[in-house]
Design a protein around this ligand. Structure first.
Ligand code: ADP
Ligand code: DAR
Length: 345
């Protein structure tokens, strides 16, 4: 094994890993490994190999966040504005009074999607999991997904049983994860691909679960239009149901624990695909509103994509230190502000 040396980060590496990994911290952590044999070298491999990483580090297990705290804590604090002594609260009980649709006329929002990441309490995270453990996760998930309330009932499809055409169609229709993500590849999250991976969906494809992609479960509620409240309510029902047969990895400090530190806490990303042709030409105003409401702009084909037309994926940027209900409320308010600005031109 070649010696593991302090990375020689190129100038174009702007990751939080590069910002906070000092030689002292490196020397303090380089020889350590967790009970799952996860090392600092494995944790930072993605950020070293992909200089365009925004963060650049992944955890292999819950233990990684304490054993390698000298590098994880400053990154978590910078990204989430959340200190090592803060604690996280979860709230997935939709308020009684339904919020109205921010786009009642249906002129702007094409679709709404809300997902949470979950990992099993008695398993390592994806970067450190063994082949047998990952297959056990798939087995437990496929059994749990057979016992859902009527609206959520559906079928699990192993990725290895899907033809390339079926898989590509699901990806193009925004239902399935892409394969071959280079950040995940470097982090060890694509090992044994496609073994142990798959997708569950109900008949209407309004409820889906990804198994063993970046997290062990990505629980997804989605539908056409802008009824954010209905999408959130369905997600809460699904998570509640799955929580009855699966125990998820979480802590008082970090909330739901995920392989990427950006997803800690709620592990929730709530997004709308929204047409904003006028704001597309006023990036200053567009960014001012998204910044004010802690919103992130992505392309409509997912992370690391750009939109070819003025349709954007707008979602909550925060994950940790705020509850799920607060994030949904924040998305609703931010989307309303964007629509009102779009109308004002
Ligand atoms: P994630 O949200 O799971 O972190 P991505 O941003 O890569 O990951 O999105 C995953 C998939 O979900 C992509 O195919 C993307 O097009 C789709 N998607 C995200 N938000 C929406 C939405 N509001 N409506 C329809 N599809 C969406
Ligand atoms: N490539 C990682 C991803 C950061 C957030 N996105 C996730 N977790 N899918 C980076 O450091 O940019």
């Amino acid at each position: 094994m070649p010696d593991f040396k302090f990375p020689d980060f190129p100038d174009n590496n702007k990751s939080l890993l590069r910002k906070y990994l000092t030689e002292d911290i490196f020397n303090q952590l380089a020889g350590l490994k967790t009970s799952n044999n996860f090392t600092l070298e494995k944790a930072i491999k993605s950020g070293v190999e992909n200089p365009d990483s925004g963060v650049g580090i992944y955890a292999g297990d819950a233990e990684s966040y304490t054993l390698f705290a000298p590098i994880f804590d400053p990154i978590i604090e910078d990204y989430h504005k959340f200190t090592a002594s803060d604690s996280h609260n979860s709230d997935m009980k939709p308020p009684e009074a339904a919020w109205s649709n921010p786009d009642k006329e249906g002129k702007y929002i094409l679709s709404t999607r809300i997902r949470v990441g979950r990992n099993l309490a008695d398993m390592p995270l994806g970067p450190a999991i063994s082949t047998a453990q990952r297959n056990e996760v798939e087995n437990r998930a496929s059994i749990a997904l057979m016992n859902l309330p009527d609206e959520l009932k559906g079928r699990y499809y192993r990725l290895s049983n899907l033809s390339d055409e079926e898989r590509q169609k699901l990806v193009e229709d925004h239902f399935l994860f892409k394969s071959g993500d280079r950040f995940l590849e470097s982090a060890g999250l694509n090992r044994d691909w496609p073994e142990g991976r798959g997708i569950f969906h109900n008949t209407d494809k309004t409820f889906l679960v990804w198994v063993n992609e970046e997290d062990q479960l990505r629980i997804i509620s989605m539908q056409m239009g802008g009824d954010i409240f209905e999408v959130f309510s369905r997600l809460c029902k699904a998570v509640d149901s799955l929580s009855k047969s699966m125990s998820f990895l979480q802590s008082k400090h970090l909330g739901y624990i995920t392989s990427c530190p950006t997803n800690l806490g709620t592990a929730m990303r709530a997004s709308v695909h929204i047409k904003l042709p006028k704001l597309a030409d006023r990036q200053d105003l567009f960014k001012k509103i998204t910044d004010e409401h802690y919103l992130q702009i992505r392309g409509i084909h997912g992370e690391h994509t750009e939109s070819a037309e003025p349709i954007f994926d707008i979602s909550n940027k925060r994950r940790l230190g705020v509850t799920e209900v607060e994030l949904i409320r924040g998305l609703y308010d931010g989307i309303l502000a964007l629509i009102n600005k779009e109308k004002s031109f």
